[in-house]
Design a protein around this ligand. Structure first.
Ligand code: DC
Length: 225
């Protein structure tokens, strides 16, 4: 394959729009690194639950922030806490139900942003999240904002879950709740960057999305895919 330009591709959007799966496929196609910023917030949340800073419907913000200096999270590409692969554990409902308020804490955001900048220092990165194009990499060469109907998103997430105690309605409520919290929080709320391109995949397959992106990269960014 011809050497492709090494740009930063920022993919933001609502929960369960398939950002991470899309970003992962693009990274494979371009031989880029894929960084899933939501997974880092989830790993933080799991660690807080384990250490007792989160639980019983409450978050002890001071206790959680005090854990940050000792915590090592990485993506290899699965998400690790120290040397433990937690990729499966961070997708469980208990983590999902706390992750939005955890991600609204300023010190947590600073910790994740710092890690993302370190991991992306070599360029050639596809990064997905909520504030990548607006806050983490405001100069990213390509910004994509993903959206889809919320019933379609909830069904996608429900189908990929391996959690017999969780119903479709639980998933839908959690998703709507997170959309609301993520878009209205004070620090780095979810919003489309002015220069982001919208990708609404309600009626698209992953193959359609990849074809859309390949055309965009070839036509506007000088790739030859
Ligand atoms: O993409 P996800 O559902 O795995 O993200 C989990 C949570 O993390 C989501 O509710 C919002 C938060 N998040 C964020 O605030 N900023 C990001 N860049 C990525 C995720």
């Amino acid at each position: 394959m011809k050497q492709q330009p090494k740009i930063i591709i920022a993919i933001d959007g609502y929960s369960s729009t398939g950002k991470s799966s899309f970003a992962k496929l693009i990274a494979e196609k371009l031989d880029y690194i894929h960084l899933d910023s939501g997974a880092l917030y989830r790993a933080m949340t799991l660690y807080g639950l384990r250490k007792g800073a989160i639980g019983g419907g409450k978050i002890d913000e001071a206790a959680l922030v005090a854990l940050l200096p000792e915590l090592e999270v990485s993506q290899r590409p699965d998400t690790f806490i120290f040397d433990e692969n937690v990729e499966g554990l961070i997708r469980q409902m208990e983590v999902s139900s706390y992750v939005s308020p955890v991600s609204a804490i300023a010190a947590v955001r600073a910790f994740v942003d710092d890690n993302l900048h370190k991991m992306a220092s070599g360029g050639g990165v596809v990064m997905d999240g909520r504030d990548i194009g607006t806050t983490v990499f405001p100069n990213a060469e390509l910004k994509i904002f993903m959206q889809a109907d919320d019933l379609v998103r909830a069904m996608r997430r429900y189908r990929e879950m391996d959690d017999p105690g969780t119903t479709f309605i639980d998933v839908l409520h959690n998703l709507r709740d997170r959309d609301q919290r993520d878009s209205t929080r004070e620090i780095s709320p979810l919003r489309k960057a002015d220069d982001a391109i919208v990708l609404d995949n309600t009626c698209m397959t992953m193959e359609d999305e990849i074809e859309w992106l390949v055309n965009l990269l070839n036509d506007k960014y000088g790739f030859s895919l």
